[in-house]
Design a protein around this ligand. Structure first.
Ligand SMILES: Cc1ncc(COP(=O)(O)O)c(C=O)c1O
Length: 394
């Protein structure tokens, strides 16, 4: 069978890079000329710029977002003997980061409407060993800073943000990365700010945390060949930092484009609400940076998410699922002792969510094409009941 050509890709990074190709090439060339490939000038410049853009004092670049979580927690003196609360519905790297820090991960459920961590569930998971909570600013929407700060105050725990999907997101006057003691970012290529390979950063306001991070990412050395901690080798390449620094001035515009696209999806999808197509709720207004645009294919929809995704693929529309299996049901982590049914909202979301194409440069006509195709899958699979008469008109 002929595979349908892709009509709307899930992401298109070329659109982002082509207009700034010359600047990117110049930045790469200048690193080649200086030859400071490890811990070079472009790295410190980018660390300072990204920290300032996010409203914090210090940025320490590392090899990946996963390392930013693992080393960032260690830099906050969180490790063996400590419990860290995190949501079950996140990319598995949040959990892996906690495990690599040596702390014990304690998973909790999420809110159905926003897919963000459920702080009431988190409150029930507090024990005398709880040292920190990791709010994951999932899909580009921050967990409410005010609620988080109250939580941290009530239970005397640290907040360590997983902001891998939330570069420059804002809520309640806070930037992502400025709420807790420290925060982890990822510069994986498809992130809102993406490198040409892997990369990550820890942001913090705390100079002790920043200094410990600087040591931990560099074999635990406080000075050359003098090691005060058993650190590791996890540095953000100078070359990647130079590229990221060229892209940073465009990030607000790109985030703005994502927000506009999300508003268009919201508007186009609204008539499908009665047919069970429910976008994940934006409770942070213009501060949401829409790393992903995610909707739920609810129980009331005449078609299941899996079939819908297959039918969209068949007409050339690429979609994603973030994420299909919650952390506690991943085979690698059965040893943690969780069971199916432990986190019903997260489990349900994993079966219902669908991420639609989202990237700066996605056009209005492509958005309409995606929504029309969704409407088609609904109407073709329904018994043409009342909810679907709305749908067919698309
Ligand atoms: C929520 C979340 N946490 C952590 C990570 C890990 O980042 P990385 O892939 O750079 O290790 C990612 C991204 O992949 C992520 O989306």
């Amino acid at each position: 069978m002929n595979k349908m050509a892709i009509r709307v890709p899930f992401v298109d990074l070329k659109l982002q890079h082509e207009p700034i190709q010359t600047q990117l090439q110049d930045a790469i060339q200048s690193v080649l000329e200086r030859g400071d490939f490890v811990l070079g000038q472009a790295l410190s410049d980018f660390e300072a710029a990204f920290a300032a853009a996010s409203g914090v004092e210090y940025g320490v670049g590392v090899a990946s977002g996963t390392d930013a979580i693992a080393l960032g927690l260690q830099a906050c003196n969180i490790g063996a003997g400590d419990e860290v609360i995190l949501p079950a519905n996140t990319f598995v790297a949040t959990l892996i980061g906690v495990l690599h820090s040596g702390a014990k991960p304690i998973l909790v459920d999420c809110d159905r409407q926003t897919a963000l961590i459920d702080l009431e569930a988190a409150a029930k998971a507090i024990t005398p060993s709880t040292k920190a909570i990791i709010p994951v600013h999932l899909y580009g929407q921050m967990v409410s800073p005010e609620e988080l700060l109250n939580f941290a105050d009530n239970y005397k725990v640290l907040i360590f943000e997983d902001a891998a999907q939330a570069h420059l997101a804002q809520r309640d006057g806070y930037h992502a990365g400025s709420v807790g003691i420290a925060a982890a970012f990822s510069f994986y290529p498809s992130k809102n700010l993406g490198a040409f390979g892997d990369g990550g950063m820890v942001l913090t306001r705390n100079s002790d945390v920043a200094q410990k991070m600087v040591r931990l990412r560099n074999y635990g050395a406080s000075q050359k060949y003098f090691h005060t901690e058993a650190g590791t080798n996890s540095r953000l390449d100078t070359l990647q930092a130079a590229i990221l620094h060229q892209k940073l001035p465009h990030l607000s515009q790109w985030n703005g484009d994502r927000l506009t696209i999300a508003h268009e999806y919201d508007k186009e999808l609204a008539p499908l609400a009665d047919a069970g197509i429910i976008p994940i709720e934006n409770q942070s207004g213009a501060g949401h940076v829409y790393h992903l645009y995610v909707m739920r294919v609810d129980d009331s929809c005449p078609i299941e998410r899996q079939q819908m995704q297959e039918q969209l693929t068949a007409v050339g529309i690429q979609t994603g699922i973030h994420y299909p299996i919650p952390c506690h049901l991943q085979p690698a982590f059965t040893y943690l002792g969780y069971q199916r049914g432990d986190f019903p909202e997260a489990e349900k979301l994993c079966k219902q969510i669908l991420s639609l194409p989202m990237y700066p440069g996605l056009s209005s006509s492509q958005i309409k094409e995606v929504v029309a195709a969704i409407a088609n899958t609904v109407s073709r699979n329904s018994n043409l009941d009342k909810s679907c008469s709305v749908v067919i008109s698309h």
